[in-house]
Design a protein around this ligand. Structure first.
Ligand code: CUA
Length: 311
């Protein structure tokens, strides 16, 4: 994963934001050096204060300092407006549309398509093609969240009852970390989003693979796991297309085995961590909305066997 930083832009929008940051940094650095230098000079010349005509010099200096401050502020305002314009005027031709909904404390991700069967739903992982603008429509299912993928774009809020839109484009392949940037409750810090930018052909392959329903279970343990999932508490909240589980109040698990993390970036997606998560999610992420499942050892192992097939 790339270092999560606004100073390492990997996309057009982040590049524009980063440019503004450097303009502000150097402008402020020059102003700071000038002020500090002026202050040192004044300290050295302090004794001349009572010299005749010193009040006129003081007045002139105040005028010069005020003038410079106004010029610097107008310059920064001008650069900010230019940045906003540049962001707005980016081409969104042939763009990809994704709908991201923030929940306490995970991200629901839907790839829009006029044909309902071609839509893809996933969670906590955003796959995007390199070199193609992506329009992300943002909603919230509960409280205000904020999506921030520093390497790709500035942050934007997800507000209940309101649609906000973000455009981003990655210019090179990579895995970038995004996160919720607005305090939204106890597990705000565990609300990360992994963004995978792939060359267009690899992205299309991912999209096609994710359109498919979950593969049928192969061995008896996987069959048993699917049965436990469908008849147990899991199906009350989760969806696995291709099974009887079709609830949508928790992350979609149709292709959960293909994702790199669980609990919205809280833990790596391995069998051991997944087992710990299923047995006692409250221990790992206190306050989250997944209750303890109360599965027996045998049921747990079967469910893990089944979940591992959901590539
Ligand atoms: Cu969602 Cu902070």
């Amino acid at each position: 994963m790339h270092i999560q930083s606004v100073l390492h832009p990997a996309g057009v929008e982040a590049g524009i934001v980063s440019h503004l940051w450097w303009v502000m940094f150097w402008t402020c650095a020059v102003v700071w050096v000038a002020v500090a230098g002026g202050m040192l000079l004044a300290l050295r010349r302090g004794r001349a204060r009572t010299a005749p005509g010193s009040e006129r010099v003081l007045f002139r200096n105040v005028l010069v300092a005020t003038g410079i401050s106004i010029v610097a502020l107008v310059w920064l305002l001008f650069e900010s407006v230019l940045t906003g314009r540049a962001q707005e005027n980016l081409s969104t031709q042939h763009s990809l549309h994704i709908l991201v909904t923030g929940y306490q404390w995970w991200w629901d991700v839907e790839y829009e398509n006029p044909t309902p069967s071609l839509r893809v739903t996933t969670a906590n992982e955003l796959h995007i093609p390199v070199g193609r603008p992506v329009i992300v429509d943002l909603f919230s299912g509960d409280v205000i969240h904020s999506l921030w993928i520093p390497n790709l774009q500035g942050k934007i809020d997800l507000v209940p009852g309101r649609l906000n839109t973000l455009t981003l484009e990655a210019d090179r392949p990579g895995v970038y970390r995004g996160q919720c940037a607005e305090f939204c409750g106890a597990q705000h810090a565990h609300m990360a989003l992994v963004v995978v930018a792939d060359p267009p052909d690899i992205f299309e392959r991912w999209l096609t693979a994710n359109r498919a329903p979950a593969p049928p279970p192969g061995n008896p343990s996987q069959v048993r796991g699917k049965e436990v999932f469908e008849r147990g508490p899991c199906a009350m909240c989760h969806n696995i297309t291709g099974s009887l589980a079709s609830a949508h109040t928790a992350p979609d698990l149709t292709h959960v085995a293909s994702r790199s993390t669980i609990g919205a970036g809280t833990l790596p997606n391995t069998r051991g961590y997944l087992a710990g998560w299923i047995v006692d999610p409250q221990h790992i992420k206190p306050g989250n909305y997944m209750p303890p499942t109360g599965l027996s050892d045998e049921e747990l192992q079967a469910v893990l066997d089944y979940l591992e097939t959901l590539k």
